[in-house]
Design a protein around this ligand. Structure first.
Ligand code: KIV
Ligand code: ZN
Length: 525
């Protein structure tokens, strides 16, 4: 059978690869990447719009917040299948089933470890016991939804004979997708390809399920392994935007999609993700998690399409393909010559945002424009990086309950340094002052005086957004409380204001998370 793809060309259905995004589950699980409820909804909406086939929206048993996010995403999704993760425990499966109940298309994704090291040291179960668990839990999930994914955690370190038995058991119990993760990022591509080939050949009922790859990037091989798994017969790729995820992260969705799209000459596969929305997705996830995207990151890094050396620039000017294997436009990056300054109007600002890959709601656009005007009054040249920092802050702070109103700091050689701050907390003004061992300490002490809290500061980092002494400072702050850490950024030409913004933004996230969450369990990875 063939299908007409979005680009109009006819492709064989057997080569269709479905894209499963786990940014909101495996991605959000990585330390510091916590997103608020509203941010999760926004990310899910974008993933749905850009043609991601399956969105793993969270781990419903983990907390009330996770449950609420999965249920609301399930209700809102227009096209994508919405999956909820569950351990091989009846309570987890029931909760995941409840969370995806209202989805037009819901999936329960249940997993259990299969490798000897996990069975012996973590689960303390025999192989036979695990086979029984697989049957019982997959059957329970199938009684709740038609669409059940079963994962063999640590599949790549599981002896193939036992893995075959597990897969056969899961399919016999009703699993419709079989995921064989490289949980610890240990596999190399050919080995991973051969594992899928062997399983598909040896498991008698393998034709009844779709096979899936899920790769971690501990050796930097996650994308290569994912593509090798597809060559071995898998037709679902699990990935995250910007490659965020446990430890070194997961396979990056944007890299997988562009590799498939760009190398059709050697890989006949295709997927339905709209690649021109990749830049926007990357920026949204980076802003929501406050995880910066490394400058030289493939596809979405700031330098991914920049040509610095004279020879390269000369070549690209003569013929773009001399040094460009894909166009910036194909990933949603527009070449722009629009220079921004204090005379730029709302329309030009909106145009610039679009070129940079952002799309804001009307109220967010208005607030960002006001901030832009304020910045342009203080800083002569406004670079793209300035606008990116400003908009990222706008996205991250859109639902905050505490806002900085004013800050005055006395610093210099004669300490102690002193900060006076006014905050708007839920619409009420609070003012206080505090001393500190240096101006940053004074600012943070002042926030503690205004909003008493237990969170610990884990990271404080400053970098200049652009060159020049009038450059904006971008400050990253990571706070942790109750075993959960959150990261946030703030930017301003005044480093102390940026520090206060970043700290407050992280504190807002903790407060909002606490309101929703009642931690019950920790997920796998
Ligand atoms: O890496 C892993 O094994 C996982 C499973 C829960 C699918 O994330
Ligand atoms: Zn994982």
């Amino acid at each position: 059978m063939t299908t007409a793809t979005k680009s109009g060309s006819a492709k064989s259905d057997k080569d269709r690869v479905v894209i499963f995004d786990t940014t909101l589950r495996d991605g959000e699980q990585s330390p510091g990447a916590t997103m608020t409820h509203e941010e999760k909804l926004e990310v899910a909406e974008l993933l749905d719009t850009m043609g991601v086939d399956i969105i793993e929206a969270g781990f419903p048993i983990a907390s009330i917040g996770d449950f609420e996010a999965v249920s609301e995403i399930a209700k809102n999704a227009k096209n994508a299948v919405i999956a909820g993760l569950a351990r091989a425990i009846p309570g987890d499966i029931a909760r995941a089933g409840e969370a995806v109940r209202h989805a037009r298309r819901g999936r329960i994704h249940t997993f259990v470890s299969t490798s000897p090291i996990h069975l012996e040291h973590q689960m303390r179960k025999s192989e036979a016991e695990v086979l029984e668990i697989i049957t019982a839990t997959v059957m329970q999930a199938r009684n709740l939804v038609d669409n059940v994914e079963w994962s063999a955690m640590d599949a790549t370190r599981t002896p193939i004979d036992y893995l075959c038995k597990c897969v056969e058991t899961a399919i016999a119990a009703g699993a419709t997708t079989i995921n064989l993760p490289d949980t610890v990022g240990y596999a190399v591509p050919d080995e991973y390809r051969r594992m899928f080939k062997a399983i598909r050949e040896r498991v008698p009922n393998s034709d009844k399920a779709v096979f899936s790859v899920h790769c971690h990037d501990d050796l930097g091989l996650a994308v290569a392994n994912s593509l090798a798994g597809v060559e071995g017969g898998a037709r679902q790729i699990e990935s995250t935007i910007n490659g965020i995820g446990e430890r070194a992260g997961n396979a990056a969705l944007e890299e997988v999609v562009m590799a498939i799209k760009t190398r059709g000459d050697v890989m006949p596969y295709w997927c339905e993700v709209e690649s021109t929305m990749l830049t926007r997705a990357s920026k949204l996830v980076s802003a929501a998690t406050s995880f910066p995207v490394q400058y030289n990151k493939a596809i979405v890094g700031r330098n991914a399409f920049a040509h610095e050396s004279g020879i390269h620039q000369d070549g690209v000017l003569k013929h773009a393909q001399t040094y460009e294997i894909m166009t910036p436009e194909s990933v949603g990056l527009k070449q722009t010559s629009l220079v921004m300054g204090k005379h730029s109007g709302r329309h030009a600002f909106q145009h610039k945002l679009k070129d940079l890959g952002y799309e804001l709601a009307d109220n967010q656009l208005q607030d960002a424009f006001v901030r832009f005007k304020a910045l342009a009054d203080r800083k002569k040249d406004i670079y793209d990086e300035d606008i990116e920092a400003l908009v990222d802050q706008e996205i991250a702070q859109a639902h905050d309950r505490m806002h900085l109103v004013s800050l005055t700091v006395i610093a210099g050689t004669h300490g102690p340094q002193r900060a006076t701050m006014k905050l708007n907390v839920d619409g009420k003004m609070r003012i206080d002052e505090a001393e500190g061992n240096g101006p940053v300490d004074a600012v943070f002490n002042c926030i503690k005086a205004l909003v008493p809290h237990e969170a610990k500061l884990e990271l404080y980092q400053v970098h200049a957004v652009t060159a020049g002494t009038d450059a904006q400072a971008e400050v990253s702050v990571r706070l942790s409380q109750d075993g959960r850490s959150v990261t946030a950024r703030g930017s301003d030409p005044d480093t102390l204001v940026a520090s206060a913004q970043a700290y407050l933004s992280a504190l807002n996230k903790i407060v909002m998370k606490k309101q929703r969450d009642m931690p019950v369990a920790a997920a796998g990875h």
